[in-house]
Design a protein around this ligand. Structure first.
Ligand code: AMP
Ligand code: ZN
Ligand code: ZN
Length: 303
């Protein structure tokens, strides 16, 4: 961002250049654009209704805290959910929990906390050591299960996560590289709860980039985890894919936005590929599974 850049709307000093949308904006016009984009995303994909009880999964990173902040500004009935995964490396869980608790108390947001140690006597690194799966895979299973459990038990209408455009594009690319039709068919800003225990999941930041959510958090004085990539994700394929996509975007701005929005236009083609044929209810927790016990209950049992 060059020092002399001026807002294309009002000629004030610019804070951000958004090449993919051909915009250079001052703080006021950036915030207006950001909030409008979230509002339009919610409307376009029918993500949240005005009377919904919304549970926002907050990690302590810029995306989910920004999401919570914008939904509050838009007048939604919002509560937070933080899952303490017990990751001690770089004090990751302690620090992120502190950020979430601070944000909730400043904003007066009700916060649900699931502490894996207290709830199940385990941590994600411990579970991963006892499982053939990678840390990231175990962590994903735990987070998904606990998000659904809290949303279901507390009658929330919708579960919102802070996934941004960069996240969505890299997951889409990864799923395409593996031709994982089942996951491709389920990738959407709005995923209907297709089983009684699964809540509706929405991603209102899916058309905004990481750079934009960071700028929103900074200009709104949101205190977030600066290194919001988990210490275990270092060297992971998802980070390599993100880096490759960033290089492409750098060369051809708007590639990501085009790739993702065109996918959304045509994603109904993939819907019939969502394979629910072998799904039954987990005999321990009742959540959907393709075996007797769901992956979460099997992991916890081993832990
Ligand atoms: P990640 O899976 O780390 O890419 O995070 C994607 C989204 O999941 C975040 O934007 C949050 O909404 C949510 N999330 C991640 N970690 C946690 C956590 N420990 N507790 C609650 N929500 C989380
Ligand atoms: Zn301006
Ligand atoms: Zn289960």
């Amino acid at each position: 961002m060059k020092g002399k850049m001026r807002c294309t709307k009002c000629n004030e000093k610019a804070v951000i250049s958004i090449r993919s949308r051909h915009r250079i904006l001052c703080e006021k016009h950036f915030l207006e654009y950001f909030i409008n984009t979230v509002e339009q995303t919610i409307r376009k994909y029918s993500l949240i209704k005005k009377k919904d009880k919304v549970l926002v999964a907050v990690s302590g990173g810029k995306d989910s805290l920004t999401l919570c902040d914008v939904l509050l500004k838009l007048g939604y009935d919002v509560s937070g959910l933080y899952i303490d995964l017990g990751i001690e490396r770089q004090r990751y869980s302690k620090e992120s929990r502190r950020k979430v608790e601070k944000f909730s108390s400043v904003k007066g947001v009700e916060l649900n906390i699931v502490d894996l140690k207290k709830e199940y006597g385990v941590s994600v690194p411990l579970l991963a050591r006892r499982s053939p799966r990678s840390v990231c895979s175990v962590c994903g299973i735990v987070k998904r299960h606990e998000m659904n459990r809290i949303a279901f038990n507390n009658n929330y209408d919708v579960l919102a996560t802070g996934h941004n455009l960069d996240d969505e594009v890299s997951v889409l690319m990864s799923n395409l590289l593996h031709w994982n039709f089942d996951l491709i068919s389920r990738q959407s800003p709005r995923l209907e709860g297709w089983h009684p225990k699964l809540s509706l999941k929405v991603k209102p930041l899916c058309l905004l980039t990481e750079k934009e959510t960071a700028m929103y958090a900074i200009t709104n004085d949101i205190d977030y985890m600066l290194y919001d990539e988990c210490p275990f994700s270092e060297g992971s394929t998802s980070i390599t894919i993100k880096e490759a996509l960033n290089r492409i975007e750098d060369r051809s701005p708007s590639t990501k936005l085009y790739f993702y929005t065109e996918f959304l236009k045509h994603r109904s083609m993939f819907e019939s590929l969502h394979d629910r044929s072998r799904v039954s209810d987990c005999e321990v927790c009742g959540f959907p599974t393709t075996s007797k016990k769901c992956a979460f209950c099997r992991i916890i049992e081993r832990g």
